[in-house]
Ligand binder design. Structure first.
Ligand code: ADP
Ligand code: MG
Ligand code: MG
Length: 861
């Protein structure tokens, strides 16, 4: 197959073959934009390279040499020709964007002779030798893996010895001297074609750098994809004061405002902007100094956004007043920005509502739920930088990624403070609550990565001077922030504050509400919440819940003044004694249910009967038992005896769930009376309660029949006195493998079924939920499982049980309502699966409700 494509031979639809960067360079070329010409070696070639033990296919060089000839013709210069040299960049680029994760080599094709030729031909020796030393440095670092710092160190040493500080103070002679020093440090190949071949190999190899690996893990990018290699004619932003490089976004990537936004450095190569080693100027500066270049840039960004129908992130270079495009791609953005952009693009007629829904990731939605620093509480501002990624965060100051990982592992929230960040810091950024850098702009590595991760960040905070060795950051006024100090970042305003400054909930935006309303219009799955208290229920309702899918009644009994009644009930030795306490519990439960029904007026409330092992309610040590003995007037010895009798070797598989109803029907009867009498009272007060009573941990139909009788008894007892009709339903949880395997029989006895996927996962795997933390990380690391089955539903096995259960149940009882109320109900991938299964609703924690609404709509689109 063809392994090499010229820029005029591909299009944006060739991402898989040419990588995103290559495909977009082709697309821009065919749009007639000023793109330095080049060719691309395909991603399948990368896979071939790995398969043959990191060797380039034998005929590849021949093939790219043909392409190279054509590039020389197009550019009117020749690779390796000292009279008229052509230089290349050798760039990585996978089908999926992995910004900065792989390697790129610039200014390739230089040696002593060619550098002298370049100096002569351009009449700009300073530029020629600056480019040459950059090349040696990069080639040594990336291709020869000779370590980059020693080179920077030599520059620092040289500058110090000659009384210089800035790169711009370095003359051609200075750079030549640096090059002489470099050549004592590395022995690099003089032959440009050897350089090219080695660089191509190095770019392929960079697919396997540790940082690229971490990035793929984080973003679920398959290991097998591989990268393409783009070989492109160089243009030079470091040519002089009428040259420079920039990065721009067609809209503000932080706020989403429809406003062209970019940064530019005069007399600098593109790598200087991306690396964040100098703080760039706003792109509007170009308007003043090179208006015609600005004009061209502005037109280009508008054209690209319209063409791609999405916000674009551009890299461009200006050489001697001429404008060149080097890259375009969909811009990374914050959650807020993604929502605003999606909604506004629908209004502008650029995309449809369904497309807008697909543009927003469920994680992005969380940005609207993340806390912000309360403006009214802001004090102790010690420095202000660029508001690179919004939200507020407080934590302990650390100065390295390693420290961040260490301190975070101790359970602390950390703020990672760096001069700048590089892709090597990614593991530290991953665990940080906030990121603060001294250098770099809104498009620096720190800013881009933080926005992608939804972590708050401040960059370019030049008012702070960071001293790694001392472990301090010092403000202009002399305030010293030390390692371990607590600081707060306001990523929305760019302010750094001492201490823990209060946060407030993110205010909901109109755009967000609009998007959610579109989600509601497009989704089929209903979204309910898991909630017990009226407060949680109200929050869930506010966030769009359409009912309660799981009310765990036991939570109501753990509260301070109730737990003793619960304990006394459990410790009762006679039916009469127990009944006395049950009557007290009934009052509590009735009041709770009434409050819940009022909040959830007109919406279904699924109440699960008592589920946990009773032992969980009882005291665990002698002191507690003695204290309880006093409070409830029962001998401590008796309490110990009964408690020990209830102890279980394996409580999660023990005396719990509906097994409690079988042994203590009076508890179930009490719960039912409470629920139904609360419903009656709610109706009498003019509300519309819709109680659904759910039986947990069922394994067979006889349990359901027995417990349904108990439930009926409870209901009749209430309705005998009150002549009100209460619309209630009885249903079962589906959380044991046996229940799912006999689902048709269960379905004939109930009106609804709800998957309890926490228990179902636990029992299908035989992994105890409470102990799995000890080995799941190892399982993930060793790739024995792809993801934690307690986080994202295991579709293969647990999902198969669910699928069988749904099909069989529906065949027997077509009117059955089916839901899910495990943790998975809030996980976007699992929601997609539930949609495909044809469930009626998912139920999740209140704060996940908006995420679930969007995910449910995406499942349908
Ligand atoms: P990354 O994927 O890490 O962004 P790139 O391949 O985009 O790596 O290269 C990094 C930077 O190198 C670019 O932003 C650009 O400024 C510079 N660069 C790449 N190719 C060229 C070129 N042909 N001419 C000038 N600069 C280039
Ligand atoms: Mg790039
Ligand atoms: Mg359960």
């Amino acid at each position: 197959a063809k392994r090499v494509y010229l820029f005029n031979e591909g299009s944006k639809d060739d991402r898989d073959l040419l990588g995103g960067k290559g495909a977009n360079l082709c697309e821009m070329t065919s749009l007639g934009l000023p793109v330095p010409y080049g060719f691309i070696i395909t991603t399948p070639t990368c896979r071939e390279f790995f398969e043959s033990g990191n060797k380039l296919p034998p005929l590849l060089e021949q093939e790219y040499r043909v392409a190279l000839d054509l590039v020389e013709k197009e550019m009117g210069a020749r690779f390796g020709d000292p009279e008229n040299p052509l230089l290349f960049s050798v760039r990585s680029g996978a089908a999926v964007s992995m910004p900065g994760m792989m390697n790129t080599v610039l200014n390739l094709g230089l040696n002593d002779e060619i550098a002298a030729g370049l100096a002569k031909k351009t009449g700009n020796p300073r530029f020629a030798y600056d480019s040459y030393r950059r090349f040696i440095q990069m080639f040594a670092d990336v291709v020869m893996e000779a370590g980059g710092e020693q080179f920077e160190h030599e520059i620092e040493k040289y500058k110090a010895a000659h009384g210089k500080t800035l790169d711009t103070e370095m003359s051609a002679e200075d750079w030549q001297e640096i090059i002489r020093i470099y050549k004592t440090l590395v022995d690099f190949p003089e032959d440009p074609f050897v350089q090219l071949k080695m660089a191509i190999e190095a770019v392929f190899m960079s697919w396997h750098t540790p940082r690229a690996y971490v990035y793929r893990e984080m973003n679920n990018i398959p290991e097998t994809l591989g990268t393409a290699v783009t070989v492109q004619a160089m243009v030079f932003g470091n040519f002089g004061e009428d040259s420079g490089s920039g990065v721009a976004f067609t809209r503000n990537p932080s706020t989403g405002e429809a406003q062209f936004f970019g940064e530019f450095l005069f007399n600098a190569a593109g790598e200087d902007v991306v690396a964040g080693i100098r703080t760039p100027l706003p792109v509007s500066e170009l308007k003043v100094r090179q208006p015609q270049v600005y004009e061209e840039l502005y037109k280009t960004q508008a054209l690209l956004e319209k063409h791609y129908r999405d916000m674009q992130d551009l890299e461009f270079t200006v050489q001697e007043g001429r404008f060149y495009m080097l890259q375009t791609r969909s811009g990374k953005r914050t959650g807020r920005a993604s929502v605003k952009i999606a909604v506004e693009m629908v209004r502008e007629g650029l995309i449809t509502e369904s497309e807008a829904l697909m543009r927003v990731s469920p994680e992005h939605v969380e940005a609207f739920l993340h806390p912000m620093v309360d403006p009214a509480e802001k004090t102790n501002i010690v420095a202000t930088g660029l508001p690179a990624s919004p939200g507020g965060a407080t934590g302990k100051v650390v100065f390295s990624a390693e420290e961040a990982v260490e301190v975070a592992a101790q359970g602390h929230s950390v703020i990672l403070v760096r001069r700048e960040t590089t892709p090597e810091d990614i593991h530290g950024m991953k665990v940080a609550a906030g990121i603060l850098t001294e250098l770099g702009g809104m498009t620096s590595h720190a800013a881009v990565v933080a926005r992608g991760m939804g972590v708050c960040a401040i960059t370019g905070c030049s008012a702070l001077k960071i001293d790694y060795a001392a472990g301090t950051a010092t403000t202009k006024e002399g305030t010293v922030v030390k390692r371990g100090d607590i600081i707060t970042l306001d990523g929305t305003a760019g302010d750094v504050m001492l201490g823990d400054i209060p946060k407030k909930e993110a205010s909901s935006s109109d755009d967000f509400q609009t998007l959610l309303s579109w989600a509601d219009k497009h989704r089929r799955l209903k979204v309910r919440a898991n909630a017990e208290t009226p407060e949680d229920a109200a929050k869930a309702l506010e966030l769009g819940a359409e009912g309660i899918g799981l009310c765990r009644t036991e939570h109501m009994f753990f509260e301070a003044e109730r737990i003793d009644v619960m304990r006394a009930m459990i410790l009762s030795e006679t039916k009469e004694e127990r009944q006395g306490y049950l009557n007290q519990l009934l009052t509590f439960q009735h009041d709770d249910m009434l409050a819940l029904f009022k909040v959830m007026d007109g919406l279904p409330v699924t109440v699960r009967l008592l589920d946990p092992p009773l032992h969980e309610f009882l005291p665990h040590n002698d002191d507690e038992m003695a204290a309880l003995a006093k409070r409830i007037g029962k001998p401590a010895s008796k309490i110990r005896e009964i408690t020990e009798g209830l102890a279980e070797v394996n409580p999660m598989l023990g005396f719990r769930g509906c097994r409690l109803s079988v042994v203590y029907p009076e508890i179930t009867e009490m719960q039912v009376k409470a629920i139904i009498s609360a419903a009656v009272d709610a109706i009498e007060e003019g509300y519309k309660p819709l109680p659904e009573i759910m039986i947990p941990l069922v394994v067979n139909v006889r349990e359901i029949r027995l417990i349904s009788e108990i439930i009926d008894r409870g209901i009749q007892a209430v309705l005998k006195e009150k002549h009100v009709s209460v619309p209630y339903r009885i249903g079962t949880m589906m959380e044991t493998p046996r229940a799912t395997l006999g689902a048709d029989r269960l379905a004939s006895e109930v009106e609804f079924m709800s998957f309890g996927t926490n228990d179902l996962t636990q029992m299908t795997y035989g992994f105890s939920r409470d102990d799995a933390g000890k080995f799941i990380p190892q399982y993930l690391e060793k790739k024995l499982i792809e993801s934690d089955p307690f986080v994202s539903l295991d579709q293969r096995a647990v999902g198969r049980l669910m699928e069988m259960a749904v099909d069989e149940s529906r065949a027997r009882n077509p009117s059955i309502k089916y839901g899910i109320c495990g943790e998975h109900g809030g996980d976007p991938r699992s929601i997609q699966f539930c949609h495909d299964l044809g469930l009626d609703y998912v139920s999740c924690s209140p704060f996940r409700v908006p995420v679930a609404r969007i995910a449910a709509a995406q499942a349908k689109v």
